[in-house]
Unconditional design. Structure first.
Lengths: 67, 453
């Protein structure tokens, strides 16, 4: 998995549609400084680990069933 | 006397109201006077509607015999809840003109039970964060030490009770946003089973994780409010501890925790054993990926809701929330769906744990209230963001949807409250409240009131 590139996020912003985030938000995702988000790169690495775990036929969570 | 009443439980206030020792009008005036005195420093309220509260209180008979469970009890709600005719700001510049047409279901339920809403509480902007920091309305301080955080995101709700400005408060809990500030401020925070209390009329943060919850002075009050929110709920009497099987998840939930908090939990466990409960070790689902799963669900859902405001008002969001929303846009749909499937796995694994035990006991938080402005906190030599630490033991149960409650169980040498967390089976909200009531009735511990002078 390649390192996240600022240009990739700019491409998502400009080519996939959606809200036109400022460069400041894009920069925060690539190089986090605000302390709340751990950084998109780290999240993507963790998500890649999740992708390798077999969830079988487990469906997405819905409502909690009635008692 | 007024201070005593301001910090009285709902149970005590009900008794005094019914005995005619105090009127609803007197109660509203006591809180109004304290709000005038402590409102600015507590940063507890974003807006007040004391005239409406006075009108409603005046209609409560001096010796009420109406049978309404909360008749004349003043409360407040986090400013995510709609109150008809008032602005719901979400703690943000974005919604300064967002006048609600009708009450949120939870507000309507408390009003039907006779409770009197005093106003709307401060919060972390749109509930995005556990520190309760808010650049627009200020950061609610801890009533026990004003240099420290009340915690969040229901920061103003916790501060309102802690400073003696109302008898109870409604909050929302997406990762611990009711339970954690309650724990840091010496209160009881209760998050019922996911979906059991309606969130209609409440600004969402994450539909998958949001729970409406309550902050009260004790578990008996939490039970009273719960029954008012859910009239079909069963009566709650203190439970018996004899024969109760309580699971202790040593791994993760007791890791990297302040030593004095662990001491308080040990003392509580000694009490529970002596009272006849059986404490057994339990193996929880792996916590390795839980924060990733939670974040991957939260941010796309938050973006999906806030998308409607971004084009016209996007510049009014705080910078950190904008970055979070941008993250939500960059995640893949498959990653979101996978995270939702992990949540289902967590729910099933937890249901298996609850086949063996009645309740699970953990510390509420691994740290006491951090200093205001602290970006990171350190425990056992390891640093982590303050908001992550505050909710480290609570956020998992937002994914699984199990009812969870935090209650005070000790006082730290730094002069700040320490709390435990109880988690119950799905829909066993009443049993969880009953157990918490038994503990608070029998456990020889009482928290001193905060010294505001």
């Amino acid at each position: 998995m390649q390192k996240l590139d600022r240009q990739t996020l700019l491409g998502i912003r400009d080519q996939l549609g959606g809200y036109a985030w400022d460069d400041a938000e894009i920069d925060e995702l690539v190089d986090p400084k605000l302390g709340i988000i751990t950084g998109f790169q780290e999240l993507l690495q963790q998500l890649e680990q999740l992708r390798k775990i077999d969830l079988g036929a487990t469906p997405p969570a819905g409502d909690i069933g009635k008692p | 006397m007024s201070r005593q009443l301001a910090y009285a439980s709902i149970g005590e206030l009900r008794r005094r109201l019914q005995a005619g020792e105090v009127s609803a009008t007197q109660l509203v005036e006591i809180y109004a006077e304290r709000i005038a005195r402590h409102g600015d420093c507590s940063k507890a309220f974003i807006s007040l509607d004391l005239e409406a509260a006075r009108r409603k209180a005046a209609a409560v008979p001096r010796e009420p015999a109406t049978g309404l469970a909360l008749n004349g009890i003043p409360y407040a709600c986090k400013d995510l809840f709609d109150v008809a005719g008032q602005v719901t700001t979400g703690g943000s510049q974005v919604l300064q003109d967002n006048v609600a047409e009708c009450d949120a279901d939870a507000v309507a339920a408390l009003n039907r039970a006779g409770a009197i809403c005093l106003g709307k509480n401060n919060l972390h902007e749109f509930a995005y964060g556990a520190t309760g920091e808010n650049t627009l309305y200020g950061t609610a301080p801890n009533p026990y030490d004003r240099s420290r955080l009340a915690g969040g995101s229901s920061s103003g709700s916790a501060a309102a009770l802690g400073f003696g400005l109302c008898a109870a408060a409604l909050g929302t809990d997406t990762g611990g946003s009711v339970r954690a500030p309650a724990a840091l401020c010496g209160l009881v925070g209760f998050k019922p089973t996911f979906g059991r209390v309606s969130s209609a009329g409440v600004i969402p943060y994450s539909w998958t994780l949001d729970h409406v919850g309550t902050l009260t002075r004790n578990a008996a009050d939490a039970a009273l409010i719960f029954r008012a929110l859910l009239p079909g709920a069963r009566d709650v009497a203190p439970a018996r501890l004899e024969g109760c099987v309580i699971g202790i998840p040593r791994e993760f939930f007791f890791d990297r925790c302040d030593a004095e908090i662990l001491d308080c939990l040990d003392a509580l466990m000694d009490f529970l054993r002596a009272a006849g409960a059986s404490l057994v070790p339990v193996e929880m689902p792996s916590m390795e990926h839980t924060r990733t799963v939670s974040l991957t669900v939260q941010m796309p859902e938050a973006l999906s809701y806030h998308n409607r405001y971004l084009e016209q008002r996007g510049h009014l969001y705080s910078q950190d929330f904008r970055a979070g929303l941008a993250l939500g846009q960059c995640l893949l749909a498959e990653q979101y769906i996978r995270a939702k499937r992990f949540i289902e796995r967590y729910r099933r694994e937890m249901d298996a744990v609850f086949a063996e035990v009645d309740t699970i006991l953990t510390p509420a938080t691994p740290v006491i209230a951090p200093p205001i402005g602290a970006v990171e906190v350190s425990v056992d030599g390891a640093s982590e963001p303050a908001g992550n630490a505050i909710t480290r033991y609570t956020s998992f149960f937002n994914m699984t949807g199990h009812p969870a409650l935090t209650l005070p169980c000790g006082m730290h040498s730094a002069g700040l409250p320490i709390a435990a967390q109880l988690i119950g089976r799905h829909h066993a909200d009443e049993q969880l409240l009953a157990l918490a009531q038994r503990i608070e009735t029998d456990y020889a511990f009482s928290l001193p009131l905060p010294d505001l002078d």
